[in-house]
Ligand binder design. Structure first.
Ligand code: DGL
Length: 247
């Protein structure tokens, strides 16, 4: 089985990491729109246009499904992608909400949603979580975290001071939705900032769980072949993949 994974840049590799661990697919075609990253500050129409262009790229491969690892795309472009794709298209927001539901938290649990501006402004996570009956939902777009991760800063004084800038006034949440592809890479720093450490919902793990519920079964294939494409500087993206995925 061959899957396509789409992201605005390198961040979607965090989802690929989970898909590789669960060995769902014989092959993954990854496309990062590195020439136009970040999508998070862009408006919905632009994000949708970029996503539809990426869809044309994936039509060149015989993929069985497309996973859009990018939360900003999942927030704004899924209906258009689904209407134009000859294969099923999955986003990461529904899986993230379902993963939260499966954790059997009380309705009074404090839920913190973190994402890009585009994701948070769409209200998609917030509405879905509210529909589950949760009453204490906080949503934040800590935009400085994305460039920090891009710089390879995962913790330390700069990271801690940025976390404090965004989280300093918050009551400790019970669960945090890591609603941006980059945030699983700083899950330790985000989780460790709060005391007690909250439950963290990671898009990659959530998608893996979701796909199993949709009937996709881990194949226990020996290895998954990963082919990486980018709209700019594919070698840099391949080097990042080597570093983040240890392969
Ligand atoms: N991939 C984006 C997301 O998950 C984060 C980086 C960007 O802003 O493009 O929303």
């Amino acid at each position: 089985m061959r899957a396509g994974v789409f992201d605005s840049g390198a961040g979607g590799l965090t989802v690929v990491k989970s898909l590789l661990a669960h060995r769902f697919f014989d092959e993954i075609i990854y496309f990062g729109d590195t020439a136009r990253v970040p999508y998070g500050p862009k408006d919905p129409a632009t994000i949708t246009r970029y996503a539809l262009e990426a869809l044309e790229f994936f039509k060149n491969f015989e993929i069985d499904l497309l996973i859009t690892a990018c939360n900003s795309v999942s927030a704004h472009a899924l209906p258009e992608l689904r209407a134009n794709a000859p294969f099923p298209v999955y986003g990461v927001i529904e899986p993230g909400i379902q993963a939260l539901q499966n954790r059997s938290l009380s309705p009074e649990a404090r839920i913190l949603v973190l994402g890009t501006k585009a994701t948070i402004q769409s209200g998609r996570y917030q509405k879905g979580i509210e529909a589950l009956g949760f009453t204490q939902i906080e949503a934040l777009a800590p935009s400085l975290l994305v460039p920090l991760v891009e710089e390879g800063i995962y913790d330390g004084p700069v990271m801690q001071s940025v976390l404090h800038h965004y989280f300093g006034d918050l009551q400790s949440p019970d669960a945090v939705i890591l609603g941006c592809t980059h945030f699983p890479l700083i899950a330790d720093a985000i989780g460790g900032y709060f005391s007690p450490r909250p439950l963290l919902i990671h898009s990659g793990e959530a998608v893996a769980e979701y796909l199993q519920n949709e009937g996709y079964r881990p194949r226990r294939c020996e290895t998954t072949v990963l082919k990486i494409f980018a709209s700019e500087n594919p070698d840099a993206l391949k080097a990042t993949a080597k570093h983040w995925l240890n392969r």
